[in-house]
Structure formats: structure tokens, C-alpha cells
Design a protein around this ligand. Structure first.
Ligand SMILES: Nc1ncnc2c1ncn2[C@@H]1O[C@H](COP(=O)(O)OP(=O)(O)OP(=O)(O)O)[C@@H](O)[C@H]1O
Ligand SMILES: [Mg+2]
Length: 474
């Protein structure tokens, strides 16, 4: 077992005995001989667990408990109480203690209680992180914006989210189309079922169709087993088709039929399957142009854009930029466990004036990068390499050829590194959860508080086979 524990007791013998016992279990144990000393040591994140005696001279266990709850809500507190003082124990639990140990207790009791508390805490932290990262910025609250254009969008989202209406989400790259799709799904009665995503770009017709509708064994070369398509996977839930403008023309007819009839046929199959799926689609293309050019079916175009949500480019709603910066700074500080920073007025002005060709996504990575890399407590214009006014940038480039490209390269590698860290964390977390349940997806999903379908989708994305995990452990 791992974890940092603080033992607070003014009785020497008790402190040492607990330290020896828990140290042997593998915890990192520190001790404090008084409540005052303990309070001086409790900082956010410094301990996972505090075991404190209730009655001490000076600052009492109750005060230590209150202080710990205020400073670090993640830190669990166990109260040691005297024999027969259940009333006080109850009061301690009301104030947020996770458990109490009535004296006299034996070693086994301590081991069991501590282990349970630590496991729960660890699970809760992992769960929270996973939710943040897997579900990311789902929900409505996470879409930032107070410009009239965004206000109008929120209204429309609120009006159509709880219907089965097909929504076409339009906007340049990085404007938040996926975020809006998530909000629509998570605010719909389908939120308990899967949100299945599919990107139509750069896939051959054969692949798009087998992805969408699944295929029977032997449907085409390489189709060695039967495969479920995204439509089936999204049954009861939502199917989000990204880059819908890239769907091959031949596939569009089949897709339209699936939308209208609410049934599909697997590739190479001859029986129709009923599906109950709400479709959301996104594109950053000129679909009207594609219709005129004969690359996109007009009937499908009208069928998709029953409701259209157009997200304006960031440069057309600059009043949202400071809000977004604030959100991303807070979020990144928490996620990377770094102190929060602010922008100097000049840096803020430069951000508000910048063109942001990559829209919100570009803004987000610039801000996150600056939070991590800026040397001071304030982020200056120079810490935002893409944002520095063109003149400064050109001058810098003239002075040091290649400087501009170096800045670009560092953004890319930072983003890749971050994605890799997140992915490996997710992988470890999910594999461990599956092992605990011998590969049983439903049970693992229940434990970590995810919907089974979402977990399944996540496993597919990460290429994790629950079956293999189940059998490997036997
Ligand atoms: N209004 C917003 N509030 C908060 N975060 C936002 C907002 N808009 C976009 N983002 C963030 O910007 C990033 C890009 O958003 P998203 O992936 O939804 O864009 P997209 O339009 O789907 O982009 P692409 O066309 O490149 O796929 C994400 O990290 C998202 O969380
Ligand atoms: Mg997208």
C-alpha cells in the first residue's frame, strides 16, 4: 500500500506504535506531537490521511479535523477517541471525519480501517481525474462564452437537446463543434447510453460503410469476423458524425435510408436491424458548394440540417477570449498541479487582438503551454510565441532565423507529450479496474462510475481487450 499519512498524538508511545505499524504496511508516515504542529504541516496535497487523537492539550483533534477539511478536502481524517465517547465520534464524522478508532484498538483494526480509507480515497481521485479526462469538457457548463453569438447557441442547444432532432453543427476547425455535440448528448434523455463518434474524413467507401453499418463475415477481403457498426453501438444513444461532408457519395444514400427508416443492414448481410439512434453531424466544409458540385446529396443535406448550429470563428467573438483564457488557466493549473498564473495586460491585449486561425483549440494550447513554461508568475507576451505581434515576431525571426519554426515545434511536441501522458494514465487505470473484475466490463464500469457503453468505446479507442485481461488473470 502507498500513501502519505500524518499521525497526530501528544502521547509518545501511541505515535510511535502507529508509525511503526503503518510504516510496515508501506505507507510514508510522518508524526506530529501536537495539534499546533499538525496544523503547521497540513498543506493542500501534503497528506492522504491524517489520524489524530481527539483529546490533546492545546489544539484538539476536532480543530485539526476542521483545519484539514478546510485546507484539503481530499485528505481523509480518522479520529482516535476514548473508550465510550461515541457521541463525540459521531460529531467528528459530521464534521467530515471518514471514520474513528475507539481506544483501545488492535493492530488489525487499524490496518483494515486505514486500508479501506486509502483505497476509497485513491479510487475517488482516480475516478475524478478519469471523468475529467475521458468525459473532458462535456456538459453545458463547460462551454464558455458570453458573446451574443454564443448566447444564441446556448438557447438553441437548450431548445433542441432533449429532442431526437438531427443537428448539423458547423464551424471552423477548433471552434468547439465536438464540445457542442457532447453538450447535446449529455443534456438529452439519451445521456445514459453511448455517445458514439465517427470521423468520415479520409476513409474509403468500404471502410466508412463497414464502420457505420458493421459487416458480416466474408463481406469483403479482410472481413474475417462479423463486426458491429457504429449505428448498432449507438443504439439508444447518439451517433456523432464528424466531417460529414467527407462521406463518400455512394454511402450517403445508404446513410439517408438508415436515418429515415431507422434500420440498417450490415455490409454483406441481408437482414435489416432496427436501430434507435439520434444523429448529430459536424462539418467545417461548404456543404452548399458540395451540393452544387454534386459531391453531397441534396436530400441528405436537408435531412441533416433540420436544425443548424453555426459556431462563429473566435475572431468574430473576441469578447469571449478573456473568459476562455481564465477557464483554461484554471483548468490547466489544476490538471498539471501548478500554481495559477495571470496574463499581463499587454499579453491579454495581444491575445484579444490575435487572429486565432486555429480558434479555441489554438488558444487553449497557447495558454496551457504558457502556464507550464513561463518563468514568472505572470505570463508575458513573449511567453505566447504565436501571439506576439507580427512585428515583434518578424524582428525576432530576422535576428534568429528558424526561431519561429522552433516555437511551432515545441507546441506540437508539448501537445503530443500531454496526449501520451493522458492516454497512458487512462490505459493503466482502465486495465487495473478490469483486472479487479476479471475483465467484466459491466462491473468495472460500475465501480468507476462510467456507463458501460462509454467504457466499451474507450477500450476500443485504446485498443484494450477486456477478454484478454480476463483470461490472463485466471
Ligand atoms: N466555448 C468553449 N468553451 C470552452 N472550451 C472550448 C470552447 N470551444 C472550444 N473549446 C475547447 O477547444 C478545443 C477544441 O474544441 P473541439 O474539439 O470541440 O473543436 P472542433 O470544432 O470539433 O474542432 P475540429 O474541427 O478541429 O475537430 C477543445 O479542447 C475544447 O474543449
Ligand atoms: Mg472536432
Amino acid at each position: 500500500m502507498t500513501g502519505r499519512v500524518l499521525i497526530v498524538d501528544d502521547e509518545n508511545a501511541m505515535r510511535l506504535a502507529l508509525k511503526a505499524l503503518l510504516g510496515k504496511e508501506g505507507y510514508e508516515v510522518e508524526t506530529a506531537a501536537s495539534g499546533e504542529e499538525a496544523i503547521g504541516r497540513i498543506q493542500p496535497g501534503s497528506f492522504h490521511l491524517i489520524i489524530t487523537d481527539l483529546s490533546m492539550r492545546g489544539v484538539t483533534g476536532m480543530q485539526v479535523l476542521e483545519h484539514a477539511r478546510r485546507v484539503d478536502t481530499d485528505c481523509a481524517v480518522i479520529m482516535i477517541t476514548a473508550y465510550g465517547s461515541e457521541k463525540i465520534a459521531v460529531q467528528a464524522m459530521k464534521l467530515g471525519a471518514v471514520d474513528y478508532l475507539p481506544k483501545p484498538f488492535d493492530n488489525d483494526e487499524v490496518r483494515v480501517v486505514v486500508r479501506r480509507v486509502m483505497e476509497t480515497g485513491q479510487l475517488r481521485r482516480e475516478h475524478r481525474r478519469l471523468l475529467e479526462q475521458v468525459q473532458g469538457d462535456f456538459g453545458f457548463e463547460h462551454i464558455v462564452g458570453r458573446s451574443p453569438a454564443m448566447g444564441h447557441m446556448f438557447d438553441t442547444i437548450a431548445k433542441v437537446a432533449d429532442t431526437d432532432i438531427t443537428v448539423l453543427i458547423r464551424g471552423e476547425s477548433g471552434t468547439g463543434k465536438e464540445l457542442v455535440a457532447n453538450a447535446l448528448h449529455y443534456r438529452s434523455p439519451r445521456r445514459g447510453k453511448a455517445m458514439v463518434k465517427m470521423n468520415c474524413a479520409a476513409l474509403s467507401r468500404e471502410l466508412v460503410e463497414s464502420e457505420l453499418f458493421g459487416h458480416e463475415r466474408g463481406a469483403f477481403t479482410g472481413a474475417v469476423t462479423r463486426r458491429e457498426g457504429k449505428f448498432e453501438a449507438a443504439d439508444g444513444g447518439t451517433l456523432f458524425l464528424d466531417e460529414v461532408g467527407d462521406m463518400p457519395l455512394e454511402t450517403q444514400a445508404k446513410f439517408l435510408r438508415a436515418l429515415q427508416e431507422r434500420e440498417i443492414e450490415r455490409v454483406g448481410g441481408n437482414q435489416s436491424l432496427k436501430v434507435d439512434v439520434r444523429v448529430l453531424a459536424a462539418t467545417n466544409q461548404d456543404l452548399e458548394g458540395a451540393v452544387r458540385a454534386g459531391r453531397f446529396r441534396e436530400d441528405l443535406y436537408y435531412r441533416l440540417r433540420v436544425v443548424e448550429l453555426a459556431i462563429p470563428p473566435l475572431a468574430e467573438r473576441r469578447e469571449d477570449i478573456p473568459l476562455l483564457i481564465d477557464r483554461f488557466l484554471r483548468h490547466a493549473a489544476e490538471r498539471f498541479n501548478r500554481p495559477i498564473k495571470t496574463l499581463t495586460p499587454a499579453a491579454m491585449r495581444a491575445c484579444v487582438e490575435h487572429e486565432w486561425k486555429g480558434n479555441v483549440r489554438e488558444l487553449r494550447s497557447a495558454v496551457e503551454q504558457a502556464l507550464l513554461l513561463a518563468p514568472g508568475a505572470e505570463i508575458e507576451v513573449g511567453d505566447l510565441p504565436h501571439v506576439a505581434p507580427a512585428a515583434t515576431r518578424l524582428a525576432a525571426q530576422a535576428a534568429a532565423p528558424g526561431a519561429g519554426t522552433a516555437a511551432n515545434a515545441s507546441t506540437v511536441s508539448f501537445r503530443d507529450a500531454k496526449a501520451a501522458v493522458v492516454e497512458s494514465f487512462e490505459r493503466d487505470f482502465l486495465v487495473t479496474a478490469l483486472r479487479r473484475h476479471a475483465g467484466n466490463i459491466s462491473k468495472a464500469a460500475e465501480e468507476i462510475g462510467m456507463y458501460r457503453q462509454n467504457l466499451q468505446q474507450k477500450l476500443r479507442e485504446l485498443g484494450i481487450s477486456a477478454e484478454e485481461i480476463g483470461t490472463a488473470d485466471e
